[in-house]
Each structure stands twice: as structure tokens, then as C-alpha cells.
Design a protein around this ligand. Structure first.
Ligand code: ADP
Ligand code: MG
Length: 624
């Protein structure tokens, strides 16, 4: 038998060296690479029969994987290679991309810190990461049985070529697995790798298993081999879409809606994206959570959770993007920076927002979405300025109109319900639904039948920084004492003046004297009904919720000095105004001040003091 030894082209030597010597964490991709090569070979054979030959192939095109002792074999009945092709394809690097890769990263790869290779598809040679020796036994469709070729190398700079008969057209890649890579001789490990990377390649991948109770083998298909997203929409049933979703994500319920798009043209790609009805448990972990979009290149899984592929506020989306445009051996670094990814980002964002607009027409489903992901989606107002309007169309709020925590309104519906002459959208921010709906700030609005949006999520105060108006109508917080324009609060200036002057100016003075620096100012108000006092800030100042937000993330923020507003029609205020004893008066003022603080902040720095004060004042009445 004529054996001949050849030397690898110098670039290959370099590549092999890097591959074998680098501490490379993602060795498993060798299998993805070999399977991809087999798929290419099968595609080529199909094409060959179609175009160059009238012969048809009766065999089923497939890839077979088997394990014997320390040998892992990947076989295909694809086009195979002639001797010249073997020398050209496996002994030299023709692709400029790989050469470029070596030029750019070669130096860095030698040392152990580098993981760059892990993000690359480096083709056939990656098999040397896990093998001591690799054999390629191949017979080209153009060759006879006895023209078949055996290629053999230990990856050390040389390879040997000889003749060895092969009865079928196609290629067997035979890997002598290294001692330290024994896991790749485990059936389950291999099957998992195949499912991870090659589940949707166009050809069946079969694994050899022993037939029960005999020494015979059967071949069992282990991949789905049918990439749903490549089919035409009209030929896919809802059931198939849902099943595919479930195969893609585990434990994430069912999809609320999906969108399947093919984008033609230079940057051609297909996307199949879903909105889940359940949130992943770690979605609030901003540092660790990655979006659920998987990137495929020609049906081969490349990576998932690429941050630049979709905006962070849409990170709940699950699905796939498959591109024919990118090449398999693109690195994460290159990918992240590529123009293609930038374009993808914009068009995928558009698709998702459109899908949400469609979902919003179904109130029941949209409510599920909103409960699960509303607070994440709100981040978009800050993150995605160019889509701010579309995002604001999709926002939902509790409202005094429904008086029900679980019924939401859109801003558009609010506008449609606005009173004649009303020129602002009013909202209130507090800690929770109940403290919103019972807030003294709301009294005047309730009385005047003006709808107020109720905001009680942590993110709301911050979100509203980015939402000043909707369709030209300003949004104003009624927590602020300067939001109450004259249309809402009807007390006439002259009235206030005379009240103030006549009987309460002295009261105000006394209160100011007692509270001193604790408050910014003390004023009369007529927006209250059932409450004697309320504290407020004005729009330029730090609000209570913002202070809480900042404090919760560890920021040191000075205490707020509130404006104390007094309802002079309230029986308590009238009573207090008549108290002459300074000591008793002081107690009542502190009592009212703490009460107003409690309502505003939902908490007090010193609740015991407040309770003691209250008990003290109540007991005085009892003793009387
Ligand atoms: P790439 O697949 O990107 O071209 P590879 O290093 O993976 O680079 O493979 C080099 C070449 O070897 C392929 O282009 C192909 O021509 C040939 N080849 C590899 N595996 C097979 C196979 N199973 N059948 C036929 N040809 C193959
Ligand atoms: Mg390849």
C-alpha cells in the first residue's frame, strides 16, 4: 500500500499548536464543526446529483455518530473527497478569514489566559483539541471504491495519506480521544452536545445504540433536524410554533405571542421571537441574566444572550435569529462590533415592539405580559430614546378611574377620558397601591372627578424623568405642590389671603416657630378634605420616592425639607388653633407633622415617638 507523508502548511501548524496547547474551555465545539462539515458535504452531494448527474441517490442523507472504546466516529454519506481535495482541504488553509484570525489573535492565543478560540469555529482542526490522532477515510462521489483515501495525523506537523478501500461514498472522521477528554466517549455527553449545537441542522444525526437483548445495532435519530423557522409561515401551525417554543426554553410556560420574520437582502436573516407568559427567576439579576435570544448561523447554534443583539429592556424575549450572512468562524468580539449586529439590533427591536402592540389588543394576555415584564419594559424609556413614543403607547397604569389594582389603563385611554378643559395628565407616586389610592393628595382630584394615574412601582419615579409628555400633553405629579394649577384648586387668592390674615396667620407663625428647620415652609391649602395636613415637595426638588430609590441603592441623600400644608377647615386644626398652652400646642403640631410624614413616606424614623405622642394626647381626652 502506497503511504506518503506530507507536511502541513505553516499556518496550519500554527493553528494546531494553538489549539492543542491553549487551555481552551469550550472544546465541545469540535463536534459542531465536524457535523457542519458533514452537512456541507451532504448538501454538495445533493447539488451534484441535481445538476451534474442524472443518477439519483437512494440512500438517506444522514450523519452517523458512534463510540467504540476510545474512538469517536462521525460519518456521512456526503460528497467525499478525492486525494487532491484531501491534500488541499485538510493540509492547507485557503480561507483568508482563518489566516486573518491567526494574524490577529495568534500571539495572544499562546498563553493560557486566552479563551478566544472558544468563541471560534476553527473547523476541522478543532478535532485535535480532543484527539491524539485523527483519521479521515473518504471516498469522493467521483471515485471508485479502490480510489478511496485515508488521511491520518497526530496534529504534530505531518500527515500521512494512503489508499484504503471504502465501500460507500462519503467520509468517516475517526477521532482517537485523548485520555484527558474521556467525557467525549460518553454517549449522553455527545448527545447533549449535538442537541445544543446541531439540533436544527437539515440532516438527521443518528447515534448507534445496541438493540435490546441482542448484539445488533440500530441507529437512532437524535436531532430535530427540522428548523421550523426555515419553513414558510403558512405551513406552520400554532401548535408547531408552541411546541418549538417549548423545545427552546424550559420552564417558561407558554408563549403569549410570537413573530416569525424573514428579512431579505444583503443582511439576510430569519427571526422567530416569542413573548413568554412567565418570567425567568433570575431576570432581575442585571449582572448575570442574559436575554433568551439564540443566534444561529445557517441553522448551527453559535451563541446566546448576546447583549448587543436586542436592547436590555426587551431581555424577556425568547427565540432564535438565524443568519446566512455571517460565517461560522466569527468571534464573539468581532460579532459584537459588527455592522450586521447593529442593524439586527434596530430591526429586531422594531419587530418586538410591533409584536407587543399586537399583543396589547388582547387585554387579558397583555395584562399577563404587563404583570410579568412591565417593570422591565419601563426601562426602555431611558434606554431607547428613539422608540420612546412607541414605548409610551405600550405603558400601562393603575388608575383612579378603575379603582382596581389589576385593571390597567394606557395613556391613550386616559387622554380619551380627559375632562373638558383638562390639559394635563395627572399621576401620583407612592410606595404601594393602597397608599396611592388613599393618599390625601388625591382628595381634591376625587372631588373634582379628575382621573389620576397610580404609580407605585420602584422604577416609576425614575421612569417619569424620561416621560414628560404624551402626545403633547404634559404629565404632572400631584405629589408636587406646584402641580395644582388654578383649574384644579379653586380657592381664590383673596379668600386665602383673608383667611390667612384674619384667623390663621398667627397659627402659621406658631407652627413655623415650633418646627423651625424641620420644614421648608408652612402654608394653608384647600385641596384637602378629610385630612388636617399633608407634606409636599415642589417639582425642582428631590421627591420622597426618588430619595427612597437612591437610599435603597446605597446613596447618601440629605433629608427632604417638606412644605407643610394645613387644611384650616379641618376640625383638628380649628381645635389646635384655640390651644393656648404652648406645651400642649407643641405636642399637637409634632403629632400632625409626623402624621403627614407617615402618609408621605409610609414609614417613620422614630415610630415609637409618634405612638407615645398619640397615646399621650388621647389619654388627655380620657382624663378630662
Ligand atoms: P470549512 O468547513 O470552514 O471550509 P474546515 O476546516 O471545517 O473549514 O474544513 C475544511 C474543508 O475540508 C472543507 O471546506 C471541506 O472541503 C473539507 N471537508 C471537511 N470535512 C469534510 C467532509 N466530512 N466531507 C467532505 N469534505 C470535508
Ligand atoms: Mg467547517
Amino acid at each position: 500500500m502506497n503511504k506518503k507523508t506530507y507536511l502541513f502548511q505553516s499556518e496550519i501548524k500554527q493553528l494546531l499548536n494553538l489549539m492543542i496547547n491553549s487551555l481552551y474551555s469550550n472544546k465541545e465545539i469540535f463536534l459542531r464543526e465536524l457535523i457542519s462539515n458533514s452537512c456541507d458535504a451532504l448538501d454538495k452531494l445533493k447539488f451534484y446529483y441535481l445538476n451534474f448527474n442524472n443518477l439519483s441517490n437512494n440512500n438517506e442523507y444522514c450523519i452517523k455518530i458512534s463510540i467504540d472504546d476510545n474512538i469517536l466516529t462521525v460519518s456521512d454519506n456526503g460528497i467525499g473527497m478525492t486525494k487532491e481535495e484531501v491534500i488541499n482541504n485538510l493540509g492547507t488553509i485557503a480561507k483568508s478569514g482563518t489566516k486573518e484570525f491567526l494574524k490577529n489573535f495568534g500571539d495572544k492565543l499562546g498563553n493560557s489566559e486566552s479563551n478566544i478560540i472558544g468563541q471560534f469555529g476553527v473547523g476541522f482542526y478543532s478535532s485535535f483539541m480532543v484527539s491524539d490522532k485523527v483519521l479521515v477515510h473518504t471516498r469522493s462521489v467521483k471515485c471508485k471504491e479502490n480510489d478511496s483515501v485515508l488521511w491520518e495525523s497526530d496534529g504534530q506537523g505531518k500527515y500521512i495519506i494512503s489508499n484504503k478501500d471504502k465501500s460507500f461514498i462519503g467520509t468517516d472522521v475517526i477521532l482517537y480521544i485523548k485520555n484527558e477528554c474521556k467525557e467525549y466517549l460518553n454517549k449522553d455527553v455527545i448527545i447533549n452536545i449535538i442537541k445544543k449545537y446541531s439540533n436544527y441542522v437539515s440532516f438527521p444525526i443518528k447515534y448507534r445504540i445496541l438493540y435490546k437483548g441482542s448484539n445488533n445495532f440500530i441507529w437512532k435519530k437524535i436531532n430535530i433536524s427540522d428548523a421550523l423557522w426555515t419553513k414558510s409561515k403558512n405551513n406552520i401551525s400554532d401548535k408547531e410554533y408552541i411546541e418549538f417554543y417549548k423545545s427552546l426554553v424550559s420552564n417558561l410556560g407558554s408563549p403569549l405571542i410570537w413573530s416569525h420574520n424573514k428579512v431579505e437582502g444583503k443582511n439576510e436573516y430569519t427571526s422567530l421571537l416569542y413573548i413568554p407568559d412567565t418570567a425567568p427567576w433570575n431576570i432581575w439579576n442585571r449582572d448575570e441574566y442574559k436575554n433568551g435570544v439564540k443566534l444561529y448561523i445557517r441553522k448551527v447554534f453559535i451563541m446566546e444572550g448576546i447583549s448587543k443583539i436586542i436592547p436590555f429592556y426587551l431581555r424577556f424575549v425568547q427565540g432564535i435569529i438565524d443568519s446566512n450572512y455571517l460565517s461560522l468562524n466569527i468571534s464573539r468580539e468581532i460579532l459584537q462590533e459588527s455592522n450586521f449586529i447593529n442593524k439586527l439590533y434596530l430591526s429586531i427591536t422594531k419587530i418586538i415592539l410591533k409584536m407587543l402592540i399586537k399583543l396589547s389588543k388582547n387585554t387579558v394576555k397583555y395584562n399577563i405580559f404587563w404583570k410579568n415584564f412591565g417593570n422591565i419594559f419601563k426601562e426602555g424609556l431611558a434606554e431607547d430614546e428613539s422608540n420612546r413614543y412607541n414605548i409610551s403607547l405600550l405603558l400601562r397604569f393603575s388608575t383612579t378611574f378603575y379603582n382596581n389594582k389589576n385593571e390597567y389603563t394606557s395613556l391613550e385611554d386616559y387622554l380619551n377620558r380627559m375632562n373638558v378643559g383638562q390639559d394635563k395628565i395627572y399621576y401620583i407616586i407612592s410606595d404601594n397601591y393602597l397608599s396611592c389610592i388613599n393618599s390625601p393628595h388625591l382628595e381634591i382630584y376625587k372631588k373634582k372627578k379628575i382621573e389620576v394615574l397610580l404609580m407605585y412601582e420602584k422604577i416609576d419615579e425614575w421612569m417619569m424623568i424620561y416621560l414628560n409628555d404624551f402626545k403633547g400633553i404634559k404629565l404632572v405629579s400631584i405629589n408636587k405642590n406646584d402641580s395644582n394649577d388654578t383649574k384644579i384648586v379653586s380657592l381664590k387668592k383673596s379668600n386665602l389671603y383673608s383667611l390667612n390674615k384674619d384667623c390663621f396667620s398667627n397659627l402659621i407663625k406658631r407652627i413655623k416657630f415650633i418646627l423651625g428647620d424641620l420644614v421648608k415652609d408652612v402654608k394653608l391649602t384647600d385641596k384637602l378634605d378629610n385630612y388636617p395636613v399633608v407634606v409636599t415637595t415642589s417639582s425642582g426638588e428631590m421627591s420622597t420616592q426618588m430619595l427612597k430609590l437612591l437610599t435603597s441603592v446605597g446613596k447618601k441623600v440629605p433629608k427632604i425639607k417638606y412644605l407643610l400644608e394645613i387644611n384650616c377647615n379641618h376640625i383638628l386644626i380649628k381645635y389646635i388653633n384655640s390651644i393656648i398652652d404652648d406645651n400642649l400646642f407643641k405636642k399637637w403640631i409634632y403629632y400632625l407633622y409626623y402624621q403627614a410624614l407617615l402618609i408621605e413616606m409610609n414609614t417613620l424614623e422614630n415610630p415609637v415617638e409618634f405612638i407615645n405622642l398619640s397615646n399621650n394626647l388621647i389619654s388627655k381626652f380620657l382624663i378630662k
